[in-house]
Design a binder for this molecule. Structure first.
Ligand SMILES: Nc1ncnc2c1ncn2[C@@H]1O[C@H](COP(=O)(O)OP(=O)(O)O)[C@@H](O)[C@H]1O
Ligand SMILES: [Mg+2]
Length: 371
């Protein structure tokens, strides 16, 4: 379901606004520093409870404000209002869905499936496995209903095992209990991830094929523990070395997606532009699989689309977005670059952010920009 209302206060340089985005393509233009990325950041906070620009949400609060409040509404009957508030002095987030206070960010994630494509997106390929694991688990979480429960149980068992390792009391009995629990849920997680991968691969290959025909690009899931051994044996036999390290070295918490080309890591072979296309294909494929398996659609946040993509690739990319039923927020400095990319019958809303007299960003529908 698309967002049909966005109302933000106290976010970066943006003046408070109350906006009616369109259900499909929303184009946002404006000069550098006007607040385009901040708008996407606000939607990201709304759906993920965190920013993609800073680990400290406090930094996203406007210098002059005590709190940031991001409020959205999902269209539907009934429509679902929801929001996140972060006060400068209170590190805990206040989250609400349909008036009810919620404690878990996963409730927001479940409500608003988001995909972000920004100029940092290529980092998915070159950065730490945790980013790729997050990508993988986003897909599994939205498609496989018992994943969250399995993941929470495995994480709890892992925490207990790590605590026993660190506090040096190698009580075999409790160690065995937690290892048994960890093995059970790790195997469940592995099965769910594997099933998801089997469904994801063909969708990814088809999406990539349209964007960037690359012979021999390989996307492989690695489960996080030795493929020839049982996790139970690895844990039991590895207690001493794990104790020296102070943590559990193998398990689903170490899973990764390996992206290779010609038997080498793809980042070593591909240009930045090609990396961006591979990552775009991964993220488009996530949304396509979500639509195909659950009928739900993602909201895409696309910051500075033109960067690094030539005209042909921009068009193919937008073509995929048009074929999906998703809602898109897409930014660019240059308004014309954005408008030329779509078919004339594509439902589209345009917004512009301009600097107000005080340097704040004022976000308005494009036709009201002069008022
Ligand atoms: N906490 C804050 N309070 C007020 N202004 C901020 C804050 N953090 C950043 N800014 C300003 O917000 C502006 C918006 O930045 P950004 O959203 O990145 O613009 P754009 O994407 O349009 O180039 C920048 O000029 C920046 O200096
Ligand atoms: Mg920006």
């Amino acid at each position: 379901m698309p967002l049909d209302r966005l109302a933000f206060q106290g976010l970066r340089n943006l003046e408070p606004f109350d906006l009616r985005p369109g259900p499909r393509i929303n184009l946002v233009s404006g000069p550098n520093g006007s607040g385009k990325t901040s708008l996407l950041e606000g939607i990201h906070i709304l759906g993920m409870g965190r920013s993609f620009r800073t680990r400290h949400l406090r930094h996203a609060i406007c210098h002059d404000a005590d709190a940031l409040v991001v409020h959205g509404r999902l269209s539907g009957n009934p429509a679902i209002p929801f929001g996140v508030r972060r006060h400068r002095e209170v590190s805990e987030l206040e989250m609400r869905i349909a008036g009810e206070r919620i404690n878990r960010i996963t409730a927001l994630v479940d409500l608003l499936p988001l995909q972000l494509i920004n100029p940092d997106a290529f980092r998915l390929l070159e950065g730490a496995p945790s980013a790729r694991r997050e990508f993988l688990d986003w897909g599994v979480f939205h498609v496989k209903h018992d994943f969250l429960d399995a993941w929470q149980r495995a994480r709890r068992a892992l925490k207990h095992r790590n605590a026993l390792l660190r506090h040096g009391r190698m009580q075999d009995a409790s160690m065995s209990v937690w290892e048994h629990e960890l093995v059970h849920w790790s195997e469940r997680i592995d099965t769910l991830r594997r099933d998801w991968m089997a469904a994801f691969l063909p969708v990814f290959e088809e999406t990539l094929g349209g964007l960037l025909p690359l012979q021999g690009l390989e996307l492989r899931y690695s489960r996080g523990w030795d493929s020839r051994r049982e996790l139970a044996d690895i844990l039991r036999q590895g207690r001493e070395t794990d104790r020296q390290m102070g943590f559990t070295q193998q398990g689903p918490q170490r899973a990764d997606l390996r992206i290779r080309l010609a038997r080498r890591p793809a980042v070593e072979v591909l240009s930045r532009g090609q990396q961006k296309l591979v990552v775009s294909a991964l993220k488009l494929a996530q949304g396509r699989l979500l639509e195909a398996t659950t009928g739900r659609t993602c909201v895409y946040l696309i910051d500075d689309l033109p960067a690094e993509l030539d005209g042909h690739h921009r068009r193919v990319f937008c073509d995929w977005l048009e074929r999906m039923h998703c809602q898109v927020f897409i930014t660019s400095v240059d308004h014309d670059v954005l408008t030329d990319l779509w078919r004339s019958d594509t439902p589209m809303e345009m917004f512009h952010v301009k600097h107000s007299e005080k340097g704040a960003g004022r976000l308005l529908p494009l036709d009201r920009q002069t008022s």
